[in-house]
Design a protein around this ligand. Structure first.
Ligand code: ATP
Length: 360
């Protein structure tokens, strides 16, 4: 049985449904992320796991036990908040010891557990400092140590890195992955940052308007978004309007009006004439002045460079197709002698494999 089961949970605030019939289960030891735009209901779902909110419908089962009548302080669940919520008048060690003191554990045990928690987050030398004497990243590590000190079954993290600058955030992401592996506690992480979700998680539930749109491993969410919302929300994605014209055993032909016929993997339940969009990630598209046409699995189209965005490691080329659609492509700047391969208005050829995209 899964560690956590969320069964058909609904939460309303007046007439507004913040969480709309969500069901999912999380395995022990997982780093699980709830990802979605502001207002999609992810924090509300997290607060129900913590016991700060009660579901209007459905069940939350943790370790086989229904949490309906278990108050927050009795749940084997701790939360790390975005704003750290440390006690300013307590030292780092006292902050970490606080939940253990509340549980009235023996002093010697508290001391040993605090020491271990300090080691978990590599803050041994900071035990006697006060929160105002720490950097933002260090404060967040104290908050994590305090939440982990009694080894909860579930650690809930609500946008814990969003107050940090980009460089520190990346460093903390690596620390979080390492820490989660070391302590083995199940993490449920809330973020609206898709890059963070892809980098950290074993599995991601993408939420929109109170519902889960797609739940899968990062690679599948990124490469095979289930619908336009997920494709658009996760990373850069070209969506080319297309109509199905032929269906084979494994592949189908799709017409991109004014551009030509492309191929895509067959999608079950789709018929000839179905209108949809080919979702295509920029890095899956080949770009050249001319490209070798020796691969039967590839389709080729003509285009013209509309814009170039030099980003250092890569350059983004926005290409205008013959029907006026703009397509984002990218090339790594791996050639030391060259900053850019193309300029505005250059005529180019694009190519992609039939399985590079995904018909939605
Ligand atoms: P954010 O990233 O902005 O925190 P979120 O996805 O976490 O967004 P929630 O905080 O879960 O979203 O809120 C979902 C919706 O429910 C929002 O429209 C919010 O305004 C509403 N909501 C949340 N808490 C309450 C409340 N106590 N009373 C009324 N409405 C609420």
């Amino acid at each position: 049985m899964a560690l956590l089961e969320i069964r058909d949970v609904v939460k309303k605030f007046g007439d507004f449904t913040a969480v709309n019939h969500v069901s999912l289960s999380i395995e022990a030891g997982e780093f699980f992320t709830l990802l979605g735009p502001s207002g999609c209901g992810k924090t509300t779902l997290l607060r129900m796991l913590a016991g700060f909110e009660k579901p209007d419908h459905g069940q939350i089962i943790l370790d086989g036990q229904d949490m309906a009548h278990v108050p927050p302080e009795k749940r084997p669940v701790h939360t790390v908040f975005q704003n750290y919520a440390l006690f300013p008048h307590m030292t780092v060690a006292q902050n970490i010891a606080f939940p253990l003191k509340m549980e009235q554990r023996p002093e010697a045990e508290i001391k040993a557990m605090v020491q271990e928690a300090l080691e978990d987050v590599r803050l041994q030398q900071f035990a006697t400092r006060f929160p105002h004497e720490l950097s933002g990243g260090q404060r967040q590590r104290v908050a994590i140590a305090r939440a982990l000190v009694s080894r909860p079954r579930l650690l809930l993290l609500d946008e814990p890195l969003s107050a940090l600058d980009a460089k520190l955030r990346e460093q903390m992401q690596i620390e979080l992955i390492t820490l989660q592996k070391e302590v083995g506690v199940t993490f449920v992480y809330v973020t609206h940052d898709q890059g963070e979700a892809l980098a950290l998680s074993h599995r991601i539930a993408v939420m929109n308007k109170g519902k889960v749109e797609q739940l899968d491993v990062p690679e599948t969410i990124y490469s095979y978004p289930k619908n336009r919302f997920v494709a658009d929300f996760i990373g850069q994605c070209n969506l080319l309007d297309a109509t199905v014209t032929e269906i084979g055993a494994e592949r189908m032909k799709i017409e991109i009006a004014g551009v030509g016929i492309a191929e895509a993997q067959k999608v079950e339940g789709i018929e000839i004439g179905t209108k949809g969009a080919l979702s295509l990630r920029p890095e899956k598209i080949k770009l050249g002045v001319t490209l070798p046409a020796d691969d039967a699995d590839e389709v080729h189209f003509k285009g013209q460079v509309h814009d170039c965005l030099y980003l250092g490691d890569v350059t983004i080329y926005i290409i205008e197709l013959e029907n006026g659609t703009l397509v984002e492509t990218m090339l790594p700047n791996s050639d030391p002698g060259k900053a850019k391969f193309f300029d505005d208005n250059d005529l180019v050829e694009l190519a992609w494999r039939f399985d590079a995209g995904h018909f939605l």
